[in-house]
Ligand binder design. Structure first.
Ligand SMILES: *Cc1c(COP(=O)(O)O)cnc(C)c1O
Length: 450
């Protein structure tokens, strides 16, 4: 029987390491991945597992209740599961989105809202796994570079596990909702003058020669946890794959994890053919798109600029893994403009769902891909909403007040900066005198308009 190990990703002669190896690159700089040594299951075994997952979904035991650990047979690296650190993450809802369906031209459009996780983003699905591994390895201190959500999630799980956490964030560029979380959860929060890509390279070096355990998505155990986002989705859809999964692309950890999930589910026999992955980037942070569009599998780093700060990343660490996910799923990459992101976000809002700007690239991307004929009208689509609206409320208020600019510091920098237009999507707050008659007249004028 082969054992579960780490191995070099994308190499013809992979180097292999034990699970407690804490440097996440091989000798030639390749990323590592968990080799779960899965073998095909019999139909009877698959039916038994599906029934087991169903039963656990109705259980109140934390490890069953968690939408990650419920699927622990597919996460064998963490056996015997006696050190699991959970906030009962996952269990995120899937919603039909009729208004976004008309808006994109994809009538059969749903979203899975990962913003409903304990700290408000999908990072929790990976973090519960990686912090569990940190606990299994006896680590006392953990670290990450972050555009905000990774640090919020790491800080929460580290607090639960009684570990010290150290976060490196780009100074002045992290949305307040996210920064406030790291502070409350007790993380040592270091703002550097530099962008995310600078923070990422700094923390990777720091962790390689200290006792700090690195929790960015270069950590292969994060990827293991994030696989369950797709496993839970398929469970929710009665194990029927949609035609498309649409996901934002920043550091490309999610695209990589989703590809690995489908690869393993197919090998085990849960599915016969994976859905197609569509990864969407902001135009101002589009190195994956640029590579895909040119057809050349070569990462050319860019200097990233977008108000969707969660995907403001110019040198994505999981580029190679993400390419593999595209190949595996017949995937595509698209880019969208700041105006398209903002408009899509307000359209998602009109379906009663609130997400942060980075998540809205999915609906904007669907609209573009449908218009280009890449997505066909009858096909089913699930957009992955990665973070919650309340992560970045400034963005939303500025947008609806027609005051949203590409440069968030426009007030201090007098330099010209692009305005992101609200146009018809805007919903300005109304100022009225505190007078019954005036307010009644105003409300009647709304009825007259409708
Ligand atoms: C981290 C993050 C992303 C980017 O995900 P990657 O796995 O880095 O591509 C997108 N949206 C939100 C809200 C995030 O927090």
């Amino acid at each position: 029987m082969s054992t579960i190990q780490l191995q070099s990703f994308g190499s013809v002669s992979p180097e292999r390491y034990p699970l407690d190896h804490t440097h996440f690159r091989d000798t030639s700089g390749r990323l590592l991945e968990v080799d779960n040594a899965f073998a095909p299951l019999r139909e009877r075994q698959i039916d038994r597992l599906k029934k087991l997952f169903d039963t656990r979904a109705g259980s109140w035991v934390p490890i069953d209740r968690s939408g990650v650990w419920r699927y622990r047979e597919l996460l064998p690296a963490f056996k015997p599961f006696d050190r699991v650190v959970t906030l009962m993450e996952g269990n995120t809802p899937v919603y039909a989105m009729p208004r976004c369906g008309s808006y994109t031209g994809m009538e059969n459009l749903k979203v899975k809202h990962l913003g409903c996780n304990p700290t408000g983003s999908f990072k929790d699905a990976g973090m519960t796994a990686a912090i569990t591994m940190a606990a299994m390895l006896g680590k006392k201190s953990v670290a990450c570079a972050s555009t905000g959500n990774t640090s919020a999630s790491m800080a929460a799980y580290a607090a639960r596990a009684g570990m010290r956490s150290v976060v490196f964030i780009p100074g002045g560029q992290v949305a307040y909702g996210k920064l406030s979380q790291s502070l409350d959860y007790g993380a040592v929060t270091i703002q550097i003058d530099g962008d995310f890509d600078k923070a990422m390279s700094l923390v990777e070096t720091l962790c390689s020669d200290s006792g700090l355990y690195l929790l960015n998505s270069i950590n292969p155990f994060r990827v293991e946890g994030q696989k369950t986002i797709m496993i839970e989705l398929l469970h929710q859809l009665q194990w029927r794959c949609p035609d498309w999964i649409v996901v934002p692309g920043g550091n490309l950890g999610n695209v990589s994890a989703f590809g690995k999930a489908f690869e393993e589910l197919q090998r085990l026999g849960f599915i016969t053919k994976p859905p197609r992955l569509a990864c969407i980037q902001a135009h101002g942070a589009n190195p994956f798109y640029a590579s895909f569009a040119s057809g050349v599998r070569l990462l050319k780093a860019v200097s990233a600029n977008t108000r969707a700060t969660a995907i403001k990343i110019g040198n994505p660490i999981s580029f190679e893994k993400a390419w593999h996910s595209l190949e595996l799923t017949c995937g595509v990459v698209e880019e969208v403009s700041e105006d398209e992101i903002a408009a899509a976000k307000s359209m998602i809002g009109r379906d009663g769902i609130g997400c942060e700007p980075a998540s809205a690239v999915t609906v904007a991307g669907c609209r573009k891909l449908a218009a280009a004929g890449v997505m066909k009208p009858g096909e089913s689509v699930v957009c992955i909403l990665t973070g919650h609206l309340l992560k970045d409320p400034e963005y939303t208020v500025e947008y609806h007040s027609d005051e949203l600019f590409l440069d968030p510091h426009r007030n201090v920098s007098l330099s010209g900066t692009q305005r992101i237009t609200a146009a018809a999507g805007g919903n300005r707050p109304v100022r009225l005198a505190a007078d019954e008659t005036i307010i009644r007249d105003f409300l009647e004028s709304l009825d007259a308009e409708a």
